[in-house]
Design a protein around this ligand. Structure first.
Ligand code: NAG
Ligand code: NAG
Ligand code: NAG
Ligand code: NAG
Ligand code: NAG
Length: 333
């Protein structure tokens, strides 16, 4: 039996739980590129997503740039980003050179986060698959589905109801993200789905419980660029199809919880380490290159070309400036 008092307490507890965003812990705001370029299907919810991210960003100490311009994927342009958030991007949105830049950026500590059809993007790019964890296979018709967090001990699920039912496209994947090091955070009750492609006696190629959202602590980029402390964490959620869900606090807390957790892996300059990201202080000199680093052959990134084109061109100019100053000082004496 429920008393009105108990109901009020529950309502109040819910309000309190939702009241406080958990900002990224970086000393300066991490800068994140929200990328929404599409080549195939384009979601109607993209403008709502942008509007909502713009609205919530400042509460989380995150600076967003919004773009669909693939020319941003040059070493010079990507250097200032701590993270990227791919929102319902689709198909092959970067050319080969841009994919090479993106791979290097990921290997430099760059933080990847993706929402919904982000998993249906760059399917031929090895490092992208390592970032996102699993690629899109198909979805049954949009319908009311019930999602459940597998843990609440993560910022992406801390505020999610135990049973969250709403109308969504439930994604199925080509592989199990756990094979790429993922920890699954959210699952779906498949028994209640109307899905002609799925039967109980058929194994789920995406593993069990069925993955809906997950994180990867150490994405398998296999190679770390000189000066990068480690790989950035990654976070992916397959939710986010409709305008309606983007307008809920529940979903925004899920996305921001995942993104801030990934940034807080502290692999970038907003956290005063590494070679990419927003920073207002001069970077320390890069430590010596670790010996016997293995290159990932698939994208053509090699030790040699990494050393040639620094991920942070500002180092070069700062060094030159210092040298010029020293020379000038010497001449004066
Ligand atoms: C870095 O973050 C600060 C705020 O912490 C902001 O004012 C500045 O514009 C950012 N710079 C870049 C390049 O993102
Ligand atoms: C990215 O950088 C290149 C030069 O490296 C420049 O031509 C281009 O306009 C930049 N793109 C954006 C969107 O700033
Ligand atoms: C990606 O790879 C598949 C299979 O190898 C191929 O059929 C497809 O054309 C490729 N797509 C792009 C955009 O390169
Ligand atoms: C990392 O290595 C694994 C195992 O060899 C390979 O499957 C994967 O494609 C590699 N990842 C990258 C980004 O090269
Ligand atoms: C690097 O690799 C070489 C050849 O495989 C090996 O002899 C050497 O001990 C390795 N060095 C380090 C620091 O692991």
């Amino acid at each position: 039996m429920f008393s009105i008092g108990a109901l009020l307490t529950t309502a109040l507890a819910a309000t309190v739980a939702f009241a406080k965003p958990n900002p990224a812990s970086a000393p300066v705001s991490p800068r994140v590129l929200v990328f929404t370029k599409t080549e195939g299907f384009r979601h109607d919810s993209i403008p709502t997503a942008i509007e909502q991210l713009r609205k919530y960003g400042p509460d989380y100490n995150i600076l967003f740039d919004f773009s669909e311009d693939a020319t941003l994927f040059s070493d010079a342009n990507m250097t200032k980003y701590d993270g990227v958030l791919f929102v319902s991007t689709s198909e092959n949105i970067l050319d080969g050179d841009q994919q090479g830049v993106f791979t290097k950026w990921l290997q430099s500590g760059g933080v990847y986060s993706g929402v919904h059809l982000a998993c249906g993007t760059l399917q031929n790019m090895t490092a992208y698959k390592a970032a996102v964890g699993a690629l899109f296979d198909y979805h049954p018709e949009q319908q009311v589905a019930t999602f459940s967090p597998l843990t609440k001990d993560h910022p992406a699920t801390a505020d999610m109801p135990d049973q969250w039912s709403y109308s969504e496209e439930v994604y199925f994947f080509q592989s199990d993200p756990r094979e790429m090091g993922a920890t699954v955070l959210v699952t779906v009750d498949k028994s209640k789905l109307n899905n002609p492609n799925d039967s109980p006696d058929q194994p789920d190629i995406a593993g069990t419980p069925h993955p809906i959202a997950w994180y990867i602590e150490e994405p398998q980029y296999n190679y770390t660029l000189q000066g990068a402390p480690k790989h950035g964490r990654s976070f992916f959620t397959s939710l986010g199809h409709t305008n309606e869900v983007w307008q809920t606090d529940t979903f925004m807390y899920h996305v921001f919880g995942g993104l801030t957790w990934a940034l807080d892996g502290a692999s970038t300059r907003a956290y005063q380490v590494g070679i990419i990201g927003n920073d207002t202080t001069p970077p320390p000199p890069p430590p010596p290159q670790p010996e016997n680093a293995t290159s990932s052959s698939s994208d053509g990134t090699s030790k040699a070309d990494v050393t040639k084109s620094s991920a942070s061109p500002s180092f070069g100019s700062a060094g030159l400036l210092a040298a010029t100053f020293a020379l000038g000082a010497a001449l004066l004496l």
